[in-house]
Design a protein around this ligand. Structure first.
Ligand code: ADP
Ligand code: MG
Ligand code: MG
Length: 209
């Protein structure tokens, strides 16, 4: 990485690797209570980002997040595509003319989650990826307030993401395809919560190597 590039390519590769590693597990989760395509949707999105990586790593954060959001919106499809797209477009707006640091990332991530909540009309406790993303947003904001060191922030984020993912197991879904199943959705982790946890963990790990 030269001085003029950001680490986005490393993040994309880390996310892609962890999703590939867990592809069967994630496919099975979406087969159990969805339509089974979540891992394929996500992998299409990550492949689209990989093909843009050279451009992305030369952009400022706001421009890169905008391009990522637009690319995910058109490549991922499904419910998750527009939600990821919305998340990154809001991150882009929040990072306009801002440097990348913990307080600005925490603010932008929070804006991204807020925009996703509005777009999907969902909140905590509905058995979606928001059950991971909301606690992670809170952890980032707390780490920024307390000026936590990176290793401690990463540890807290990983713990809350794991707890958030696991918390979806015994929920019934009130949004998305799993909501059609009522009580039968209980006992299964939400696929989108699991992939959010996996990707956040992989990207965070880039910073504690
Ligand atoms: P689809 O359901 O259209 O097949 P995917 O399988 O790619 O799309 O994504 C499903 C995931 O999207 C779910 O596991 C859930 O985490 C997430 N999701 C679905 N609806 C919502 C919503 N309204 N808000 C937030 N996340 C949602
Ligand atoms: Mg699906
Ligand atoms: Mg689908």
């Amino acid at each position: 990485m030269s001085a003029s590039t950001n680490p986005i390519r490393t993040y994309i590769r880390a996310a892609d690797a962890v999703i590939r590693e867990h592809a069967e597990e994630v496919a099975a989760l979406d087969q159990a209570i969805g339509d089974g395509d979540h891992v394929a949707n996500l992998q299409r999105g990550l492949a689209a980002l990989e093909s843009l990586a050279e451009q992305l790593e030369r952009m400022d954060w706001s421009a890169a997040f905008q391009k990522i959001g637009m690319s995910l919106m058109s490549s991922v499809g499904g419910a998750s595509g527009s939600l990821y797209g919305t998340f990154f477009l809001a991150m882009s707006k929040a990072m306009k003319d801002k440097a990348m640091n913990l307080p600005n990332l925490a603010e932008a991530f929070g804006q991204g989650v807020e925009a996703m909540k509005q777009r999907g009309k969902a909140d905590l406790g509905e058995k979606t990826m928001l059950d991971v993303l909301i606690p992670v947003a809170n952890a980032l904001q707390q780490a920024a307030r307390e000026s936590s060191g990176v290793p401690q922030a990463v540890e807290t984020i990983n713990r809350l993401a794991a707890e958030g993912c696991e918390s979806t197991r015994n929920m019934i879904a009130t949004k998305g395809r799993a909501s059609f199943l009522g009580d039968r959705a209980r006992g299964h982790i939400d696929a989108g919560a699991r992939t959010s946890q996996l990707m956040i963990g992989a990207i965070a790990a880039v910073h504690v190597k």
